[in-house]
Structures are given as C-alpha cells and as structure tokens.
Design a protein around this ligand. Structure first.
Ligand SMILES: Nc1ncnc2c1ncn2[C@@H]1O[C@H](COP(=O)(O)OP(=O)(O)OP(=O)(O)O)[C@@H](O)[C@H]1O
Ligand SMILES: [Zn+2]
Length: 498
C-alpha cells in the first residue's frame, strides 16, 4: 500500500515541470505561474506539517491503516487470543475503567517462538479496538549515535498519535517486534545510547507527554523474555504477559485451513492428516508448507494440490530442498546403516512408529527416518525421554556394530541426545536428584551427562546387536530402492523374531 502511494507522489511531482512548460508555451504570463507555484508549495508544506504525510518516524517503520486482519484470521492460539481480548477490553471500555479507578493498561508483552503469529495478534488487536496501528522492530533503534534511538522512539509514539487523529480513532497501538533489541538488561552504564533509548520507551509508557485524548497502547514481542530489563516487566509497564506457543494439532489444522482458503485441493486431501504429520511446526512453517505444496503442484502441471504434493512440502520445510549430491557407494551404505540403526531402535521401543527410511539427501542430511505422527504431549516421562535418546544414538551404534567405528554423520544426533539429557537432569530425573539448573557446575554436568549417555549407549548396543542380519538384508533393499517403508521393516523384524 505504502509503495503505491509514494509512487503516486513521485509521478505527481514529475508532472509539475511539464505542466509549467506547457502553460508557458500556450502563453501564460510567467509572473502568474511563479506566484501560483509558490502558493502550491506553501499549501503542500502546510499539509505535511499537519501530518498528512506518513511514515516519518523511522526509515523502516510502517504505518498502516487498520488492516482487515481479525482474530478469526489467526489459526489456533485460542488461549492467547482470549487473554489478549480480555486485556483489550480495558482499552475499549475506557470510561468504565476510569470510573472504577483502575489503572489504564500501558503495555502487553507477547512471548514465544518465532513465527507463531505474534505480529498477527498485534494487528488483530488494532482491528478489535478500532485503533490506528504502527509497527517497528527493536533492531531499528540500535544506533551508533547517542540520542538517535531515543529520538526515534519519541517519533514513533508521536506518529502513532498523528495516525490516530488522521483516521479519527481515539487510540493507537504501537507494535515493537524484537523488543529485546532495545529493552535488554542494562549492564552498568556500558551502553549509554541503549540506556537512553530504553529510558525514552519507559517515559512514553508512563504516558507523561502527548495528547491525553489519544490512548497509546504498546504491544511488544520477544522470543526471549529472560533477556528483558526488569524495569520493563514491572507493573504499570507491560501489565500483561501473554505466552504464544507452537500450535497443537487442532491449532495446526486450523492454520492450514486458513492458508488453504485460496488454494484448490484434491478432495482426497486431508488437512487433519497434514496437521498430524507436522508436529512441532510453527504457523509460519505451516504457511510455508501450503505454499510449497502449491509450487510442487505447479511443477507437476496439476491444477490442484494433491496429498503427495503436501507430503513433499512437509519434507522440504522440515529438511530443506532435495539435493542432488554426488555421494560414493561407501557413503551411501554407511548412511543406510546409520538410518536403519535409528529405525530399528525406534521400532523396538515404540512399535509401529517408523513411517519410512529414506536415502534421499535433503538439506544437511544424507538420509532420514520419517516417524509416524505422534500425539501432542505436554508431559514427558523418564522412560519416553530415555527412549528418545536411544533412538538418537541408534545411528552411531549401528555404524560401530557394522564398521567398528563412528563417523561425523552423528554430530546432530549427539546434540539432540545431550539436549534431552539436560531436560532429564533439570527435571530431577538423574542421579543428582532435584537440582537448580544454575547450581549445576560444569564438572557435575559433564560427569552426569557421560554417565547417562554411556548407560543408554550400552542398552542401545544390546538392542541392535540382535539384529545384525536384519541390517545386512535391509541394506540391500535400501540401496536398491532408496526408500524402505515402515511396513517392510516391521514384516522383516517379525520374521526374524519368530
Ligand atoms: N496462528 C496463525 N494463523 C495463521 N497464520 C499464521 C499463524 N502464525 C503464523 N502464521 C503465518 O506466519 C507468518 C508469520 O507470523 P508472524 O509474523 O505473526 O509471527 P511472529 O510470531 O510475529 O514471528 P517473529 O517472532 O519471527 O516475528 C504470518 O504472516 C502467517 O502467514
Ligand atoms: Zn542420525
């Protein structure tokens, strides 16, 4: 929208000299023309100072008309939406609030992982409260020169009020994404510039200045609340903290449906199934899945998106684009053994959990195991976490069993394993008992990590040792076919067990 408007302005300005020359040519007296031009210029300047021009608060700041983005356009996130609406009702029912002497709401902080819809929530909040909306990112205020950042904050709030006047609204919402860029913890006068910016923000939030008739509400977002300066978190600053998490299964289905609104799908496509298979995806990733699926459909010259296009898109968003890497025969065999290791452990600890083993290189991975959709979990038991570690270790254990040594292909697996070990320790499920994470010394950590991993490596070795023949048999299929279904794997495991 902004683009179009500013082009319009440029075209209009370009037209002025042409008109001038034309009028001169048809015999208009130059004196009248020049007087006219000066008058026009003066009118233009006046209009500008009245705030009819937009977007003066900072280079990248965007001022927009309240967009028609409503809470209904946001998938899942029922709890954050509810909490946000409750908080916003304070803004809507201002008179009532004042009569009861309730302190007006100053700021709402949205916390959560990237791509979960925090920006969308802020926009919907503007629509819900009939407010003007202005957005900026915390990174825009980090400047080399002292005072520039603070000036930009002042301009931003001024701009918000001006925008509200222009749109005849009595409130404005200022949205600052990545607020940790300005509102991070202050460390003893090191960053003077940074301090001034933050102070300015605090002053604006205290609402000392400005047009009292226009209420400005600050909505900010961060992925890392723990980095924020405590001054921002005090009551009367960000009064409401709303956690925006990754969507659960029904949330994912809702988001997929929203992004499928403008896409033709084959009738057999089940978005519920896609939702099942996209455990852990953010809203932004789900949007990407729908978009990539449409691109695959176009490549196939198909007029509609099929279930296959969606499966390909999920793999792409999860693992990266399919790569045509040149790999040697030895490498492919080792990768096959490694992936079979993950798959056989997975089938042993969680029967029916493997969907597919694949030797297709994608993104960083040379091969991968796709697991069947899991249920969303909110609680993990020690047994589940240990099984997950064993599945991660299965790759390197298989390489040891067949080749007598490991390769660099297990780095990611070890990282995953140690992350889960951390969860075990921090949840009081290790020999250290219940321990505060910050009280854990480096030495304790390394020792406990090694103890847990060695124990689980032993258990994984014992488990895979029984399947040497399965490895050899499945390897030949996998090398030939490039993929192996979970069903094929299960049938073979059953036969050898019998
Ligand atoms: N709940 C949702 N419903 C529908 N679409 C969503 C949802 N969450 C994310 N999206 C999609 O992802 C895009 C990015 O979301 P948004 O910018 O709101 O995320 P964010 O939480 O602000 O992320 P970041 O912290 O990275 O700025 C949206 O434009 C939208 O297409
Ligand atoms: Zn692996």
């Amino acid at each position: 929208m902004r683009k179009l408007q500013s082009y319009g302005k440029e075209i209009a300005i370009g037209f002025v000299p042409v008109l001038f020359l034309f009028l001169l040519y048809v015999g208009f007296p130059p004196v009248i023309l020049i007087t006219g031009a000066i008058a026009l210029l003066a009118l233009f300047m006046l209009a500008r100072s009245r705030g009819l021009a937009m977007g003066t608060a900072g280079k990248k700041t965007v001022a927009r008309k309240p967009e028609f983005l409503t809470f209904e356009d946001i998938g899942g996130q029922d709890q954050p939406k509810k909490e946000l609406m409750e908080a916003l009702n304070f803004l809507v029912n201002r008179d009532k609030i004042q009569k009861l002497g309730i302190r007006p709401l100053k700021g709402i902080l949205l916390t959560g992982p990237p791509g979960t819809g925090k920006t969308l929530l802020a926009k919907a909040a503007a629509h819900y409260t009939h407010s003007a909306f202005i957005a900026a990112s915390g990174s825009e205020f980090v400047e080399m020169y002292v005072g520039v950042g603070a000036g930009r904050i002042r301009d931003l709030f001024k701009e918000a009020r001006r925008e509200a006047v222009k749109l005849k609204r009595d409130s404005a919402i200022v949205f600052i994404d990545e607020i940790d860029g300005i509102g991070g913890k202050r460390d003893g006068g090191q960053h003077r510039e940074y301090d001034q910016t933050l102070n300015q923000l605090l002053t604006e939030m205290d609402g000392i200045q400005g047009d009292e008739n226009i209420k400005v509400l600050l909505v900010a977002a961060t992925n890392r609340k723990e980095l924020l300066d405590p001054a921002l978190l005090r009551p009367g600053r960000f009064d409401r903290h709303i956690q925006v998490d990754l969507p659960d299964k029904s949330g994912r289905e809702h988001i997929l449906k929203l992004h499928a609104r403008n896409k033709p799908l084959f009738p057999e496509v089940s978005l519920a199934k896609v939702a099942e298979e996209t455990f852990g995806f953010s809203g932004a990733q789900l949007e990407s899945v729908m978009n990539e699926a449409a691109i695959y459909a176009m490549r196939d010259d198909s007029e509609m998106l099929s279930a296959y296009h969606l499966t390909q898109a999920i793999d792409k968003v999860m693992m990266g684009e399919r790569m045509d890497r040149e790999t040697t025969k030895e490498e492919r065999e080792r990768v096959a053994i490694h992936e079979l290791g993950h798959a056989i452990v997975a089938e042993s600890v969680r029967p029916n959990s493997v969907a597919q083993v694949s030797l297709t290189p994608r993104g960083q991975a040379l091969g991968y195991v796709r697991h069947n959709p899991q249920q969303d979990r909110y609680l993990y038991t020690q047994a589940i976490l240990e099984e997950q570690i064993m599945i991660a270790l299965g790759g390197c254990v298989a390489e040891e069993l067949i080749y007598g040594g490991r390769s660099t292909g297990s780095r990611g697996d070890f990282e995953q394993a140690t992350n889960i070990v951390r969860t075990l320790i921090e949840s009081g499920m290790s020999s250290l008992g219940i321990i505060h994470p910050q009280a854990l010394t480096q030495e304790q950590w390394s020792k406990e990590n090694a103890a847990i991993l060695n124990d689980l490596l032993d258990r994984t070795r014992a488990m895979l040792g029984k399947h040497i023949n399965t490895f050899k048999f499945m390897l030949s299929i996998l090398i030939k076919e490039e993929t192996l279904s979970g069903q094929q794997l299960r049938e073979h495991l059953q036969q050898t067990a019998a």
